[in-house]
Ligand binder design. Structure first.
Ligand SMILES: NC(=O)c1ccc[n+]([C@@H]2O[C@H](COP(=O)([O-])OP(=O)(O)OC[C@H]3O[C@@H](n4cnc5c(N)ncnc54)[C@H](OP(=O)(O)O)[C@@H]3O)[C@@H](O)[C@H]2O)c1
Length: 331
């Protein structure tokens, strides 16, 4: 059977973008060493951008988004994999200009796939997905820069979103005091359930945006939103502490001075999950399957199918998504 179902985004004559679930064929897939039957994918903010024609993400349509895929190898032209192997593929060009995990099959270079580590199921790996992986990468980089449990509370912005919710849960499980910023008043209970000890409004996190420095408060910050909230985070880091910047849902731009850097010795750390070399990806997945394995992952999961994806894409673009949308490709 080489025919499979896929979520397809097409550009119409008026320049708009239409979404439909269609039948595709293996011959619609690009060349690559691995043909993979996708069992689960997940919805990330970037998929919303791809599904709505953002040229910074996807240049050519028709296109099947899905920057995450977890499934079973059907064919392999690379000695490192054989049919039946369970693999995770995130990042690189998957779902950007290469048909992604919102189809029941992908064909990819072997260098994009990580063997599923023992300790994680295919579904668990997609409850985490790029968002959860990135949350772990932020925590890994912050700890590498010296963040410690006794160094003060850690702030997470965009906390009910994919990256934010996993960051809150992971940091809390690792013994950090977590403060979460959210725009969703109705979700304070959800965030406390994930382990946040304090929940702040976006307005509170934006106070003092015009000031050069703010009170030293945070032992670390995971910022998923960018803009003034990011630099407010930098301005309120404790001496020598760090902020990991991974997102831009509020804005890719912020106004800054050098003062926090030269007066407080703080660090602004960049985090990229996409081009991160495969060996480093494997290390982070290994942590998520081992020492950093999250208990009660299912609390974060919202079940999606190809047929319910379009509505969820609108929600993530509107900043309304809570937790992690997991797409079951068999449903
Ligand atoms: N660097 C990387 O490798 C990497 C990897 C994954 C994701 N990302 C980026 O990280 C960001 C988050 O991704 P995601 O998948 O977690 O998205 P998401 O699920 O949509 O979460 C983003 C959250 O940010 C908050 N938010 C939305 N609009 C906002 C605004 N205007 N101002 C302040 N907060 C706002 C909302 O949470 P609240 O309502 O709780 O405030 C929203 O749920 C995106 O920019 C994505 O592109 C980067």
């Amino acid at each position: 059977m080489s025919v499979f179902r896929a979520f397809l985004v097409e550009k119409d004559a008026a320049g708009g973008f239409q979404r439909a679930v269609v039948e595709r064929d293996d011959s619609d897939l690009p060349a690559g060493e691995l043909l993979v039957e996708v069992r689960y994918s997940s919805l990330n903010y970037k998929d919303g951008l791809s599904a709505s024609g953002s040229p910074g993400v996807t240049r050519n349509y028709p296109h099947t988004p899905g920057i995450d895929a977890a499934g079973v190898v059907l064919q392999s032209a690379d000695a490192a994999f054989k049919p039946g192997d369970e693999v995770i593929a995130i990042g690189f060009d998957l779902g950007m200009n290469t048909p992604g995990g919102f189809g029941q099959r992908i064909r990819i270079p072997a260098g994009w796939a990580v063997p599923l580590p023992s300790g994680l199921s295919l579904e668990d790996s997609m409850i985490l997905g790029t968002a959860g992986f990135t949350a772990a990468l932020c925590v890994d980089k912050l700890e590498g820069a010296g963040m410690k449990q006794d160094g003060g509370p850690v702030l997470v912005t965009g906390a009910t979103g994919g990256v934010g919710s996993v960051a809150v849960k992971l940091l809390s499980q690792l013994g950090y005091e977590v403060h979460a910023v959210t725009g969703k008043e109705s979700q304070h209970g959800f965030l406390r359930g994930l382990g946040a000890s304090e929940v702040l409004s976006r307005e509170a996190a934006l106070e003092g945006a015009g000031k050069p420095l703010l009170r030293e408060t945070w032992g670390g910050v995971v910022d998923t939103v960018g803009g003034d909230m990011l630099f407010n985070g930098v301005k309120s880091l404790k001496y020598g502490a760090s902020l990991a910047a991974c997102g831009l849902v509020a804005s890719p731009a912020f106004s800054a001075t050098v003062l926090p850097f030269i007066l407080r010795h703080v660090n602004l750390l960049g985090v990229d999950s996409v081009q991160l070399p495969l060996a480093a990806k494997r290390d982070i997945w290994g942590k998520l399957a081992g020492a950093w394995k999250l208990s009660g992952l299912a609390e974060l999961k919202r079940s999606l199918t190809l047929d319910s994806l379009s509505g969820a894409i609108d929600e993530i673009l509107a900043g309304q998504m809570v937790g992690r949308g997991v797409v079951d490709l068999s449903a």
